[in-house]
Design a protein around this ligand. Structure first.
Ligand code: PXG
Length: 288
């Protein structure tokens, strides 16, 4: 496998970063996760735009243009003969000294990994996920805005550990006032009648690209799509529930904190959206 690192494609064994890299020392950097389907890179421009926005907010200057980075992504797939893949883009502050001061970091580190996507078990999509709410609250936007897709994912990892410790695969994270935010790497949706609802970004959720795609598909299917504050009560009493994310795509949820959603099986609307999503990913995207 060839990995892109600071301008060169190299064997994965050669693709290493310094222990003085501030991405390693402080989580000072940003990332994106992208998917390609049958040689079509899904929402590539949206992911690149989001990466540049995250970098802009942390005052990190990406040493490539958007167009150049798009080429690197395509090249990463071509060089590894990948058509169905997961692409990880990372830009760190670069090598510095042991202090926090980003001014000591002269050159940002840029790397791109394209690898085969490890699909979640089919069973998960057929039977649906069971989730629990965890005690770790989602970062508040006032402290660390979840729109910044930074290398600081400890907030999410702590929540994930809580879920795993309790015997669950995924966690629901709440805001400090108890509103539903998101899971550790996926956005949350519920279906109630003809309504498709998801929490608003200001409560502390990443504006997921899959989330936006599903909202668009929902609108085309004449669902009443809106961003709304949701409580656990809303989740418990939803007709259907599902999660969205680049890696997971659309995952049905059948139980939250011991309360069954709908019939305890993936819902009809969820299945319809999954089918439409699959169709979109197979037909739309940037060709290699
Ligand atoms: N919320 C958070 C906190 C995320 O990190 C999503 C939602 C979904 O967004 P997209 O744009 O992918 O629809 C993410 C996604 C992975 C992985 O490798 C993905 C994410 C984070 C960590 C790991 O699957 N980001």
């Amino acid at each position: 496998m060839k990995v892109y690192l600071n301008g060169t494609f190299m064997d994965r064994s050669k693709a290493v970063v310094s222990v003085f890299d501030h991405g390693v020392l402080y989580g000072d950097g940003v990332f994106e996760g992208i998917r390609s389907y049958g040689g079509l890179v899904f929402k590539l421009e949206e992911h690149i735009d989001r990466l540049f926005e995250s970098a802009h907010t942390i005052m990190l200057k990406i040493p490539l243009t958007k167009r150049e980075l798009i080429e690197v992504v395509k090249q990463s797939l071509r060089i590894n003969s990948l058509r169905d893949a997961y692409i990880r883009l990372v830009v760190t502050r670069g090598e510095g000294d042991l202090g926090l001061d980003p001014r000591k970091c002269v050159r940002p580190t840029v790397f791109v990994i394209a690898d085969r996507i490890e699909l979640y078990p089919k069973k998960l999509y057929e039977q649906g996920l069971q989730l629990i709410t965890v005690a770790t609250q989602r970062n508040v936007p006032e402290a660390l805005n979840p729109q910044i897709k930074s290398l600081n994912y400890l907030n999410n990892i702590l929540a994930k550990i809580e879920a795993i410790t309790a015997g669950y695969e995924e966690a629901i994270m709440l805001s400090p006032s108890g509103y539903v935010t998101e899971c550790t790497g996926e956005n949350i949706f519920i279906v109630k009648g003809r309504h498709l609802l998801t929490p608003p970004p200001y409560i502390g959720v990443l504006r997921g690209i899959t989330r936006q795609t599903v909202m668009d598909i929902g609108q085309r299917h004449r669902l009443a799509v809106s961003e709304q504050l949701l409580t656990r009560h809303d989740l418990f009493n939803a007709d259907e529930m599902f999660l969205t994310g680049t890696a997971a795509e659309i995952v049905p949820v059948v139980k939250v904190d011991g309360r069954t959603n709908g019939g305890g099986v993936p819902g009809r609307v969820t299945e319809k959206l999954r089918a439409a999503f699959r169709q979109t990913t197979r037909t739309k995207g940037i060709r290699l």
